[in-house]
Structure formats: C-alpha cells, structure tokens
Design a protein around this ligand. Structure first.
Ligand code: FAD
Length: 647
C-alpha cells in the first residue's frame, strides 16, 4: 500500500483560472472549506492570457443592448446548438458578474462619462466587451486572487490560520477523481516539483481545467492544456458533449515558426483592423454566408462608416463569428492569395494613429515587436488560424453545473460543454467562467452541506491503483500483453509531436471522412505505443514524466474529437466537413455524447488497439417558446428542423 498524505476538505476545485477561482470564492463564502489545485503557478492560467474582454450586456456604450440581444447573438454564434438554458443564464447574469468584479477592485477602461467601457467583437450586435486595454484576463485573475487573499485574511482573524478555509495547492497535477461506489469522494494528485503523491478527500469536486489545445500542433494554448479535466470526467463516468466542436481562432501569428499559433486578439478587428490578401483585397466581403447577409455591410465604405455610426450602417464582415473568418482565411491561403508565410494580412497601421494603437493594443504592439520584429503601427501583421478553444466538454446540468451521472462532480468554464453550442463568440468565455464558476461553487457547497450520514470514504485500493498508474512510465520497458515482447520504451515527446501533427492535419479546421478514419488509426497506433511511454530518472523535477501522464488525457480527448467529428455529417460552427459542406437543420436536434466503453478499467487494462470511446446520439432539449419568440420566424427557418418549427 502506498503511503500517501491525505487531507479532508468540503469542496475541491481543480483549476485556478477564472472558473476555478470564482467557484472557490463562492464555495468558501457559502461556508465550505475549499481547496484549489492548479498545475502551474497560482495566477498563471489561460484566463490571464485573455486579451479582448468580458462580454456582458450592460448597455454602457449602446443603450440598445440587453440580455435578450446577447442571448440572440450567442445562439446565432453557436448555430443554435447551445444548451439554451446556459445561454440564457449567461446573458442574464454576466452584467452582475462584471459589476461584482468591480466591487472587488477590478479597474476597467472607462467611457468618457465614466462608465465601464465596452468594445466591439465578432458576432456581438453592440459594443459589449468590458476590457482593460488588451490585458483583460490579467485584471480578472488579479481581482479574483485579491478576493481570495481577502477571504484568507478574514479566516486568519478568526482561526489564526490563513489557509483554514481556503487553500491553494499550486504546481500540483490531479490524475484521478476518486469515487466511492457511484459518488465522488476526492482526488488523487502529485506535486510537480517533488513528485510526492497526495489525496484530498472531499464529497464535491469542481473540474475547471480549461481546454485541450495542446493536442494540436498550431495552437494559442499553453503547455497545461492537455484536456486533463475532460479525461478526468470521462474516467469518473461522466459523458462529454459535442467534442467535434473545436474553435480555430482566425488570427494567430504565423511567423516566425517558434511563435506560430500565438494569439492575435480579435480586438484588433473590433477596433478597426482589416484583413487583406496578397492582392490587397478585403476578401471578407466575399465570404458572408446567407444566414448573416442582412447583418453585415456590403461595401467597404458602409463597413467603415459603421465604426462611427453603428445605428445607420452594418458592421464589416471582418467581425463575423470566428468560424466564418477562419474558414475564409483558410480558403484565401489555399487559393494562392496568402501572405509570404502562409497567412493573410491584418492591418491596423493604416486605420489608426500609432499612438492609439499603442494605447488600445499594447500587448499586440509588444508581442509583434519582440517576437517577430514587426511594428504594427507601421506595417500589417501576418496571421492565420490557430487552435484556440473547445466548445465541447463535460455534459452538465445548466442551472447547477453538476456533471451528468456522477453525484458530487461539477464542471465550469472551458472544460464544460453546452454553453457555446458549435462556436463561441469572443468575450463569451470570460463571462461564462464567472457565471458558471459561481454556480458550480454554490452547488458544490450545497451538495456537501446537504449530505446526510457519513461522507463517502476514500478506499486505499483506489489510491494504490492511482499511484500505480502514475508510476507506470518508470517501468515502461517490457512485454506487452498480446503485443510484441521486449520492445524499448517510447519517448513521450515523440508521441506528443506525432499526436499534434495528426490532429492538426487530419482533424483540423477542414475535415474529410477518409482523413478522420486515418486519424483514428493513428490514434490506435499511438495508444499502443503510449503503453510503453517511458521516462528515466525519478519523480523530482521530471517534465518527461509529467508529459507521459498527460498523454493518457490527450489520447482520450483526441479520440472523442475524431469520433464525434466523423459522426457529424454536416458543417456547423467549429466543425467543417469538406464532404458535407452545409449546415443540416436536422442535425440541430442532435447532441453527440462520448463515454468510456469500459468504465471499470483504465489504460493499463484496456486493449490499446481498440478505441476506448463509445459514441451515442441524444436529442437536444426543445428551446423554450419565450426564448424562441426573441427571433424572427424567417431567421428560425434557417436553423430549426421542420418539426421544431411546427411545434
Ligand atoms: P483556465 O484559465 O484555462 O485555467 C485552467 C486551470 O486548470 C489552470 O489553473 C491549470 O493549471 C489547471 N489545470 C489543468 N489541468 C489540471 C490538472 N490535471 N490538475 C490540476 N490543475 C489543472 N476569452 C474571452 O472571453 N475573452 C478574451 O479576450 C479571450 N482571450 C484569450 C486569449 C488567449 C491567448 C487564450 C489562450 C484564450 C483567450 N480566451 C478569451 C479564452 C479564455 O481565456 C479561456 O477560455 C478561459 O480563460 C478558460 O478559463 P478556465 O477557468 O476554464 O480555465
């Protein structure tokens, strides 16, 4: 039996991004002793990288805005596959969450009359993104951290211990959610520096681990985003929803190669930046799909006038939802009209004075100056699509953020599915984190408080199994059951690179049936080899070991993406099939759910040749009539299936 340190908490939150911190604050404020665990340093989550802003219909810049308009935009952006109740709660509650942040000390940019300023973003009808230059995520995280410290100071006054009710375990990775029977009873993890194992016992666990981008080669995501939370939920028995929807942000850096994929914020376009091809054409005017035609300018002149007079002009097509812009860029490059390094040109230099660019887009200015030696106040940037965000995620109950089918498990933020349908609008993630982070914390605390009888215990056998799984990469060499014996260990870095290349090339921005079948074969090969992913040395300071453990998660999640993408024979939002290029109204009624085919085992007992994911279809819940009434019938006809319209 392994000797593993154990602690008891009421609620454990995995992840210290916006969703995790907001959940932790809420749980602690509702009386639950709460632990937060994060893979990197406290404060260095993806949320801190968010640039453009938080979408909330506060109506500060255009009084026409309200939650109903925000709801409509979100549903249109997600092509009506959104879990509508989540989209409703999000649109209604986002303004309160932003105002609340301000009361906790956030300093947003202001309008001339002193209100929180809001900027334009793709797919949002009105200027809606509350922002702090292009460093909004930094301010959001700073504020939430400050709130956590304030709560810890309160606790210190009462108990003499800052961490008595709210404690952050940084640079620790969770590898398993533990269960007793069907219910959650804690988590198993390790400290990244020392490799020491630990168990936090708790009846309620909130997963807030963010995205999956590191399974793709070109991505805006940083090293942590290996789909851990998605995999933890699957392994605990919860289904993942609509994993085929992966957002390729249209504008990542394409040059130099070392920074390929790093994000160029949508604010560049929101503030007037335009996209041009190698022939100098503003090509986006050629790519406005029928469903959006009425809402977008037909000429450059009209598009330009919109920035000054949005009430009498339509917005430029550079501000179409991200999926549309990413596909358009992809087509231009394919047609031979790309920039020298395989992207297109994004220009603000001819649209704003240099001083304004430096003030409104300070991070972009520095990013290009330092990483590419490009002065964006004087020349255009080269940009192209980059894997950015996953709309698919853990299937949750809309109101409570409870993961389906696993009592005690909750999920919020990017790791949760449903909210954004098939495509997320920019700015809707930061608001999602706050709205559903808060709800997850609230319901996790209530769940623990409402338990009658003894708490579910953590079984030693479960702990031993989790420890053995984590130690496997140190003894990878040797015979494989049913496979060739005595083969040498595989290098986890090589496996990771091959996985990223396969996902990028075969399940990327434009998908084809044959290629996705090839991807599934490649995944099978990688799973077989990952059984022998081996590392040398010991548990202290061993990044190769960390990656070997992350591979399990990336392989599981990639299989979900590939299987679901193969199954959905239409194009919608972040899922584009070259062989099924149009949106099919009948598919709007269908969610795809991924579950483990053998929930009792783990990678050490599964046959690695055979896929682990079972895919099922589920009919989506009918949209509530009063919400449908917010749209024109003519618009609904474009999205809803015949029988839904009839209903
Ligand atoms: P994250 O902030 O990603 O945090 C995840 C946490 O989980 C981290 O603390 C990580 O260490 C931890 N974790 C992961 N796995 C484990 C594990 N196994 N064990 C323990 N801890 C773990 N959205 C907007 O709305 N507006 C924007 O302007 C915007 N700009 C963006 C710019 C960039 C460059 C990027 C990459 C994203 C941007 N987004 C934006 C998207 C948005 O930032 C993310 O979707 C959002 O921050 C995700 O927040 P989260 O709380 O779900 O997770």
């Amino acid at each position: 039996m392994s000797v593993v340190e154990r602690q008891e908490w009421d609620v454990v939150v995995i992840g210290a991004g916006g969703a995790g911190l907001r959940a932790a604050i809420e749980a602690r404020e509702r009386g639950a002793r709460t632990a937060v665990i994060c893979k990197s340093l406290f404060g260095k989550a993806h949320t801190v990288m968010a640039e453009g802003g938080i979408a909330a219909a506060m109506g500060n810049v255009n009084s026409g805005d309200n939650w109903q308009v925000h709801f409509r935009d979100t549903m249109r952006g997600g092509k009506f596959l959104n879990q509508w109740r989540m989209a409703e709660l999000h649109a209604r509650e986002a303004p309160d969450r932003v105002w609340e942040l301000e009361t906790w000390g956030a300093l947003f940019d202001r309008t001339k009359d002193g209100r929180i300023s809001q900027r334009n973003f793709g797919g949002h009808e009105y200027p809606r993104l509350a922002h702090v230059g292009d460093r909004t995520g930094l301010e959001l995280i700073r504020t939430l951290q400050q709130k956590i410290v304030a709560l810890q100071q309160e606790d210190h006054k009462e108990t003499g211990d800052y961490e008595s009710r709210l404690k952050v375990f940084q640079e620790c990775t969770v590898t398993r959610v533990l269960k007793d029977g069907g219910r959650v009873c804690g988590v198993f993890g390790y400290e990244r520096e020392s490799g020491r194992f630990f168990v936090l016992e708790a009846p309620a666990v909130v997963i807030a681990t963010g995205g999956i981008g590191k399974s793709f080669k070109v991505t805006s995501n940083s090293w942590e985003y290996t789909g851990d939370g998605h995999a933890l939920a699957l392994l605990a028995g919860a289904p993942l929803l609509n994993m085929e929807f992966v957002q390729f942000h249209p504008t990542g850096m394409v040059w130099p190669p070392s920074v390929k994929g790093i994000l160029v914020t949508e604010s560049v376009r929101g503030d007037g930046g335009v996209l041009r091809n190698s022939e100098g054409e503003r090509f986006m005017f050629d790519y406005v799909p029928d469903v959006f035609k009425e809402k977008y300018a037909e000429s450059e002149e009209e598009g330009d006038r919109w920035y000054e007079d949005p009430d009498h002009n339509r917005r430029p097509p550079e501000l179409l939802p991200r999926d549309e812009v990413a596909r358009a860029i992809n087509s231009e490059v394919k047609a031979g009209r790309g920039s020298p390094h395989g992207g297109v040109f994004l220009d603000v230099s001819t649209r704003m004075p240099a001083e304004t660019i430096r003030r409104r887009l300070p991070s972009m200015y520095h990013q290009f100056k330092e990483l590419a030696d490009v002065d964006i106040t004087a020349e255009a940037m080269e940009v192209g699509p980059t894997c950015h965000y996953v709309m698919g995620g853990i299937a949750v109950e809309s109101d409570t953020a409870a993961a389906r089918g696993v009592p005690g498990l909750f999920a919020a933020g990017e790791v949760a599915g449903g909210m954004h349908g098939s495509n997320r609008l920019g700015g809707n993630s930061l608001s999602d984190l706050l709205v559903f982070g808060r709800r997850a914390g609230q319901h996790a605390a209530a769940y623990t408080a409402g338990l009658s009888g003894a708490r579910p215990p953590v079984d030693d056998i479960e702990v031993d199994t989790a420890a053995a799984e984590a130690l496997r990469p140190f003894s990878a060499e040797g015979p494989e059951p049913g496979l060739e014996a005595g083969r040498p260990p595989e290098n986890p870095y090589t496996l990771h690179q091959e996985l990223q290349q396969a996902m990028n090339d075969l399940v990327g921005i434009i998908r084809r049936e044959g290629e996705m079948e090839q991807a599934l074969e490649k995944l099978s090969d990688l799973r077989v080899r990952a059984r022998r992913a081996g590392v040398e040395g010991h548990r202290q300071f061993n990044p190769g070991w960390h990656l070997a453990l992350d591979l399990r998660n990336m392989l599981l999640v990639s299989e979900c993406v590939a299987r679901a993408a193969l199954e959905r024979t239409e194009s919608r939002g972040g899922h584009t099939r070259e062989d099924h290029p149009t949106m099919d109204r009948d598919w709007r009624r269908i969610n795809l759910l991924c579950r483990l085919s053998d929930p009792t085992g783990g990678p050490e007992t599964w046959d690695p040749v055979v896929g682990q994911i079972a895919l099922t279809r589920e009919t989506t819940e009918a949209i509530r009539p009063d919400l449908l009434a917010l749209f024109d019938k003519e618009e609904l006809v474009k999205y809803l299936a015949e029988e839904e319209l009839y209903e």
